[in-house]
Design a protein. Structure first.
Length: 377
């Protein structure tokens, strides 16, 4: 098949974990002998580092309107790029300006984003986000959903969310869960080197968070939980902050506990298995996840997970971790402490988690489900 794949970020330029998952899908499509034209965004000059004879990458410069302007330019690019057997928007929101046949992936909804900001607040920041999410839902998201030839949900929880709250015929929605390369993401002895590089003693408890950090990740609740986690751990934050004002708020909130936190910053793909492996517990206090790729990657490395229930997190975690209510620092602290204090439980849960990811979230299964969805939709 000749496939157009529209995604906001594609390496080396990435905006979220969703971009990483999209890259893995493209790699699978290329291995299966399909031709892929990737239409992706960029900021500044991008030197492509991914080549394949059946791959074509077209870049769109991102402006201040971000995904909105990208969607408009992507539609124009598609219209002048010839014909494709499948046009696949990796997030349905990007399809708002396109008027021809396409399939689109469902990740998380703007209705969920509205829920994630909590109850009414008169603060300018809350009002701005409320207005933005509401406008995006009715002016872009719902029209794009209605026009799609078919929809592909990244999890069963996501499918249920959209069917319950949007004008969608269930027959138009397939499930194709995101996948993890379990041959690459696995426990590794290089974890000891990472600990040493970060200045962490071999026997010092470590909890880890990985991701592009925005207010939707709810790190303030993990900060509130820190004083109640026993034994006292180091908290390693691996990833980039998308919002510097949010970073300052989190760091200021740490107070005297700032010495517990290590900001690792950007970590290369090659080192990620070692980072996951060196942690005793992977922790996410997120307010919303369409999937939660770092959660699945940590479990593939046999690291048990504690996460808040948000979007599809419970579906991804399965038997490999503990799910607590969102915005509940005490429950988060109790769950993390229970794992830090029980090595046998950590090992048992880590083993169960890897088996769960191998069985349910492999790259092979993602590719098979995506191709089946293309054929049916």
């Amino acid at each position: 098949m000749k496939i157009a794949f529209v995604t906001l970020g594609y390496r080396p330029f990435r905006t979220s974990g969703l971009d990483v998952s999209g890259e893995r899908l493209v790699e699978g499509l290329l291995r299966a002998d399909h031709g892929v034209t990737v239409i992706a965004g960029s900021r500044g000059r991008v030197e492509e580092n991914h080549y394949h004879p059946a791959l074509n990458i077209l870049r769109i410069a991102l402006g201040p309107t971000d995904w909105i302007g990208f969607g408009y330019q992507a539609a124009k690019t598609l219209n002048r790029s010839g014909t494709f057997d499948v046009v696949h928007f990796w997030d349905v929101h990007f399809a708002w300006a396109y008027r021809q046949n396409y399939v689109a992936s469902l990740q998380h909804s703007f209705r969920q984003r509205l829920d994630s900001i909590g109850g009414f607040s008169a603060s300018p920041a809350w009002l701005k986000r409320f207005s933005y999410y509401t406008a995006a839902r009715y002016m872009a998201e719902i029209p794009a959903i209605r026009r799609a030839r078919g929809l592909i949900a990244g999890s069963s929880a996501t499918r249920a969310e959209f069917i319950a709250n949007y004008p969608i015929d269930p027959e138009r929605v397939e499930v194709a869960r995101h996948g993890v390369d379990t041959n690459f993401f696995k426990a590794t002895a290089e974890a000891a080197e990472v600990r040493q590089r970060l200045g962490i003693a071999p026997d010092e408890p470590v909890i880890l968070f990985v991701g592009f950090v925005t207010p939707r990740k709810g790190l303030e609740f993990l900060v509130e939980a820190l004083p109640f986690i026993k034994p006292t751990p180091k908290l390693v934050l691996a990833g980039l902050w998308r919002n510097q004002a949010y970073r300052h708020r989190i760091m200021d909130g740490l107070g005297a506990r700032k010495s517990q936190v290590i900001e690792a910053g950007f970590v290369s793909d090659a080192l990620m298995p070692a980072y996951y492996s060196m942690a005793d517990v992977y922790v996410s206090s997120t307010l919303l996840e369409g999937f939660g790729l770092p959660i699945a990657e940590a479990m593939a490395c046999e690291t048990p997970v504690v996460t808040s229930e948000a979007g599809s997190t419970a579906e991804v975690v399965g038997p490999g971790g503990i799910v607590v209510p969102a915005r509940d620092p005490r429950s988060l602290a109790v769950a993390v402490s229970s794992l830090l204090q029980d090595e046998s439980l950590r090992k048992e849960m880590g083993s169960r988690g890897r088996k769960h990811i191998v069985a349910e979230f492999s790259l092979e299964r993602m590719l098979q489900d995506i191709l089946a969805a293309y054929e049916r939709l």
